[in-house]
Design a protein around this ligand. Structure first.
Ligand SMILES: Nc1ncnc2c1ncn2[C@@H]1O[C@H](COP(=O)(O)OP(=O)(O)O)[C@@H](O)[C@H]1O
Ligand SMILES: [Mg+2]
Length: 346
């Protein structure tokens, strides 16, 4: 569902601004610091219910203001995120939405940004964050299982720190965790199956090279072994005073023709693997929701040479809404019709 318009109030550098978008191609230009990324970020906040740029929602409030408001209109609905210093509220058509799971992914956007490359070297927890957000956007059972699991995990870790711990409570927690862990592993497995179905072909379309790209899910255990593993981890948990086993330790890594990506790929190849991964993500969302996500390209086109720029734009399906940011329109070689949004310094 394309974004028709966004109204920003006291959000980041915007006091009161209104932007309208074309259902196909949009380009936002402006010098550094004029607020290009902030606009894309506002769409991500509506898509994911939080920013990828800071863990603290209140960073989104314009300095000196009390609250921020993002109001995003599609053809038939209005999505609103209101952020106060202490909390945030979500609305669809002015009705308060109590559960995140009923808001997340309603507007679905995928962002490409230069710092995505860090994915290959970041900590597992950062990689899991991306995984969790994407799967949460398409699966209500996943987000519910994950939220419940994380809350049990907190209780369990607290319990494991106590000297005289309540063994009965501990086993109740473990029992409650089992079905949740199974859902989490199952949904993550499904995610990687679909990513791997597409990623090599997409890599070929971008790079013009036939290379096998694979994303390997490093899961805590096989689904049928969850019970046993949980039982087996008890001794270790006692020793370390925290939960040593579970999907909160899961990770994934990238392989190119069978070799770990970080050990063989050039910077340019890594960039293309990442773009292929993001497009595979887009296919995953399409597959799961039957809807095409909005594609946001933040400052990444000008990093590619003109051939790769064109190949990248060509693999985006025709009916997709695309929003591109760049400091200078002349660095881009775009041969399609587009709507231009020019940001000026205040
Ligand atoms: N909470 C905030 N209040 C006021 N200004 C902010 C806030 N957060 C970020 N900014 C400003 O937003 C600008 C950065 O916007 P950004 O979208 O990253 O620019 P661009 O992508 O065009 O380079 C900076 O000038 C920064 O000071
Ligand atoms: Mg920027």
């Amino acid at each position: 569902m394309p974004v028709k318009a966004i109204r920003l109030n006291d959000y980041r550098n915007y006091r009161r601004s209104f932007f309208e978008f074309d259902p196909h191609l949009n380009i936002i230009t402006g010098k550094n610091g004029t607020g290009k990324t902030n606009i894309l970020e506002s769409i991500i906040v509506v898509s994911n219910t939080k920013s990828y740029r800071s863990n603290n929602d209140s960073d989104l409030i314009r300095k000196g203001a009390e609250f921020a408001r993002i109001c995003l209109n599609t053809e038939d609905k209005e999505y609103k995120v209101v952020i106060n210093k202490k909390n945030k509220s979500l609305y669809i058509d002015n009705d308060l939405v109590k559960r995140t799971s009923e808001f997340i992914g309603k507007v679905n956007a995928i962002l490409f940004k230069p710092s995505d490359l860090e994915l290959f070297t970041q900590s597992p927890s950062e990689r899991r964050k991306l995984l969790d957000i994407e799967v949460s956007k398409v699966s209500t059972s996943y987000i519910q299982a994950l939220l419940r699991y994380n809350s049990l995990l907190k209780d369990k870790n607290k319990l494991l720190k106590e000297l005289e711990k309540d063994e009965l409570l501990l086993s109740v927690i473990n029992e409650s965790m089992v079905p949740l862990i199974k859902i989490i592993i199952q949904e993550r497995q499904g995610f990687f199956v679909i990513i791997n179905r597409y990623i090599s072909d997409i890599y070929y379309l971008i790079s013009n090279k036939r290379t096998k790209i694979e994303v390997v899910y490093k899961k805590c255990c096989e689904i049928e072994k969850v019970n046993d593993e949980l039982e087996r981890s008890k001794e270790k948990d006692d020793y370390y005073h925290y939960t040593t086993f579970g999907p909160h330790h899961d990770d994934y890594s990238f392989y190119m023709d069978g070799y770990e990506l970080n050990s063989i790929a050039s910077q340019g190849q890594k960039r293309m693997v990442l773009i292929a991964f993001k497009f595979a993500l887009m296919r995953y969302i399409q597959y799961m929701t039957n809807k095409t996500p909005i594609v946001l390209l933040d400052d990444i086109l000008s990093e590619l040479d003109k051939d790769n720029q064109e190949r990248l734009l060509n693999i985006i399906p025709e009916d997709t809404q695309v929003i591109i940011t760049n400091t200078d329109i002349n660095d881009l070689d775009i041969r399609k019709q587009y709507k231009l949004i020019e940001l000026k310094e205040e």
